[in-house]
Design a protein around this ligand. Structure first.
Ligand code: IVH
Length: 694
């Protein structure tokens, strides 16, 4: 970049500035209005930096529509507008420790001091910012940032997010108080949402940030309500009486008022501590349940903040330290085509190992055949790879300049590389599938692996390698065989002429490991309905869908009978299950081979009815609960019956004896009383969630 800046001519700079302004405007609209990014964050940041450096070198070329003058994108007309009396600003970016040191020095210089400057270090949540206005303790307005001066009215949507109090009753809560922070979606909720979207043939979100944006900016707040959004507070807007002196004090104060605040926020007393906080968070990043894209440092003292003031559109007292883009360039040594449990052929690139943001990467997914064609990826190519949202490494693009001459195009196999059966593309998708079914060893093995995996039967001791070996030796050919392992091992089985499998004789095994394995298997002969359904490995049925089915059919017998009779009315009425999914389920139960395995499994395994699980594990047993407001999914009578079934006492009014208040919409005095008494308040979604997951 530096070379380019030094050498660029005025004429070229003019052209480039125009190009950048257009690209960034396009990217802003894609990102802020359509929640569907057109550039990666790293590409966007690079353009932004280039623009900044060009403008510094040629200040007279600064365009009226320069990206340096804008925040976000012009707002859409769909929502009512809200004016921000105190503008919602953006932050300057830095990318290195050196720039951080420069930032601190410039603060000191501005304040004409060499004293240490206290600063807060706060994870930079990768979501979208919101502002929530309270008047006399009541939440009256919610808004997006928009262009910083005018945002969109998202009051109804914001109110559906659990954790944001609708009423705050505290003596030191200012009569006008705007809290600001970030709405985000956790990684887990993002994956669950995409699973559900895929099942309904709806839009798949590229990352949690887009999913959060798409979910928050819904005209129908009922949709927002169904998406699990979260939020955190980190700053304020208009306030009638600022009764705190530092940022750290503010963060403590909002926490005391009942707003969610990031537990990783830290007060640093000097530059060393600030640098340490960066290093620590960079390490912790991958383990956090949500995406962060950097750290925000803020001068702690409000007095100093006020002295420092603002540049055009960013404060001088705060800065965003972005994490390094997790990208690298490396060579594709081979492209392997794997066959999954449902026969899908998935190409995987074997890479020359390379360090990407602190993690060694030697494989990347290539998604499917079309993706390889679109990006024209060939074996031997140098490619740019990135880790998206910390998860799976992806190939971004081919570095064409580095391509060796005459590299042949990659030919996607038309036959299954595992069993040789024809692999065909179904009319609706990009995926090519092996038609070999369970006669394809890859599919059979993957099915067993899936069956024993954590969210299914979770059988410890049956790792991937063992499953593969057992399959090849015909010890395990399908999931039901797992439950006859013990009798076959001892030679009790009539058909084992050679005195049993004698697994303890295998290399690396012994009596103890075999006993442990059998014990682990025996422990799983009783299983929750949703886990059983998930374990079957029906196409498209992930954990979330399996749970929906379990909730609606209560027993496996019900479900199986309905599916065998192709009675799918009820199935289709479940929100989250569409035609395509129903078809896959029915197909599964039509296949003789599957039915045989299911019946055999049921000889050994007791599938617990959904209701039984609820009662035995209820967190509400012996608790006093109160329902108030209009519930969306349950009538009041149903809610009450459910409470009783869970072992709770359902009371009509809130008192000191109340353990939980479950609130719907239009809540009134009961919710307020609960707040006053400090009784735990749950919204309907949280209540239903608690019932499900325990
Ligand atoms: S403070 C005047 N604190 O980053 C300063 N912003 O690049 C206002 N963000 O628009 C922002 N975490 O959407 C602040 N702890 C944090 C943040 C944070 C994420 C976002 C926010 C802001 C953007 C600026």
């Amino acid at each position: 970049m530096q070379n380019y800046i030094t050498e660029v001519t005025e004429e070229q700079a003019k052209k480039d500035l125009e190009f950048i302004a257009n690209e960034m405007a396009k990217a802003d609209i894609a990102y802020y209005q359509n929640d569907d990014p057109y550039l990666t964050d790293a590409e966007y940041d690079e353009l932004k930096l280039k623009n900044e450096l060009l403008e510094k070198k040629f200040p007279h070329l600064i365009r009226a529509d320069s990206p340096s003058k804008k925040i976000g994108a012009p707002i859409k007309n769909d929502f009512a507008k809200v004016e921000h009396k105190v503008p919602m600003l953006s932050l300057g970016d830095i990318f290195s420790e050196d720039e951080l040191i420069d930032f601190v020095k410039s603060v000191q210089r501005f304040l004409n001091t060499s004293d240490d400057i206290e600063m807060t270090s706060e994870p930079k949540m990768d979501g979208l910012s919101f502002s929530a206005r309270y008047e006399n303790g009541m939440l009256v307005k919610g808004a997006t940032r928009g262009d910083g001066k005018i945002g969109e009215d998202i009051t109804a949507n914001l109110k559906t997010i659990s954790g944001l109090p609708h009423f705050v009753n505290a003596p030191d809560f200012p009569s006008v108080m705007e809290v600001r922070g970030e709405v985000y979606m956790s990684k887990a909720d993002f994956f669950a949402l995409n699973e559900k979207q895929a099942a309904q043939n709806k839009k798949i979100f590229a990352n949690p940030r887009n999913a959060a944006a798409g979910s928050l900016r819904q005209l129908d707040s009922n949709i927002t309500k169904k998406r699990n959004l979260s939020l955190l507070v980190y700053t304020w807007g208009e306030v009638s009486d600022i009764n705190w002196q530092t940022q750290a004090e503010f963060l403590q104060r909002v926490k005391d008022w009942g707003f969610p605040v990031n537990p990783y926020n830290k007060l640093c007393h000097n530059l060393e501590e600030v640098i340490d906080s960066y290093k620590i968070l960079l390490q912790t990043r991958a383990d956090l349940p949500y995406d962060i894209d950097g750290i925000v440092y803020k001068v702690n003292s409000l007095e100093l903040q006020n002295r420092l003031g603002f540049l055009t559109r960013t404060p001088r007292f705060a800065i965003a330290h972005k994490f390094p883009a997790e990208k690298a360039i490396t060579r594709i040594n081979n492209i392997r085509v794997q066959v999954g449990r449902t026969g899908a052929l998935t190409p995987v690139a074997d890479l020359e190992s390379v360090n990407v943001g602190g993690v060694m990467v030697s494989h990347a997914t290539l998604h499917n055949e079309d993706e390889i064609k679109r990006k024209d990826i060939r074996i031997g190519d140098y490619v740019q790879i990135q880790r998206a949202g910390d998860v799976i490494p992806q190939v971004v693009s081919v570095v064409k300049e580095k391509r060796q001459q005459n590299l042949p195009e990659f030919e996607f196999p038309k036959f299954c590389p595992e069993c040789g059966a024809h692999a065909i593309k179904e009319d609706d998708g990009a995926v090519r599938r092996c038609t070999g079914g369970l006669s394809c060893p890859a599919q059979a093995i993957e099915r067993i692996k899936h069956f024993v995996s954590r969210d299914a039967f979770n059988i410890e001791g049956l790792g991937a390698k063992i499953v593969e070996d057992f399959y090849k030796e015909k010890i395990l050919e399908n999931p039901a065989d797992i439950f006859t392992l013990e009798e076959r091992n001892d030679g009790d089985d009539l058909f084992s002429a050679f005195g049993g499998l004698q697994l303890e004789q295998r290399e690396g095994w012994g009596k103890k490991s075999v006993d442990n394995l059998f014990k682990a298997i025996r422990e799983k002969t009783q299983i929750d309905l949703q886990k059983f359904i998930y374990a079957l490995g029906i196409r498209q049925i992930g954990t979330a869908t399996a749970l929906l089915i379990a909730k609606n059919y209560i027993s496996f017998e019900n479900f199986k009978t309905a599916m065998q009779n192709e009675d799918i009315q009820k199935l289709l009425s479940i929100d989250g299950i569409g035609e395509a999914m129903a078809k896959d389920i029915v197909e599964f139960f039509k296949e003789e081979h599957n039915l045989k395995i299911v019946d055999k499994l049921l000889q050994y395994v007791t599938v617990k009815d959904y209701e039984q699980q609820e009662i035995s594990n209820s967190v509400f047993a012996d608790k006093t609960i109160v329902f108030t407001g209009t519930l969306e999914n349950l009538t009041r009578a149903e809610a009450k019956a459910l409470g009783v079934k869970l072992g709770a006492k359902v009371a009509g009014s809130v008192s000191n004896n109340t353990d939980y208040v479950i609130v719907g919409s239009d809540t009134g005095s009961k919710a307020k009383k609960a707040l006053e008494l400090g009784v735990k308040i749950l919204n309907e979604a949280e209540f239903l969630n608690l019932i499900q997951t325990k």
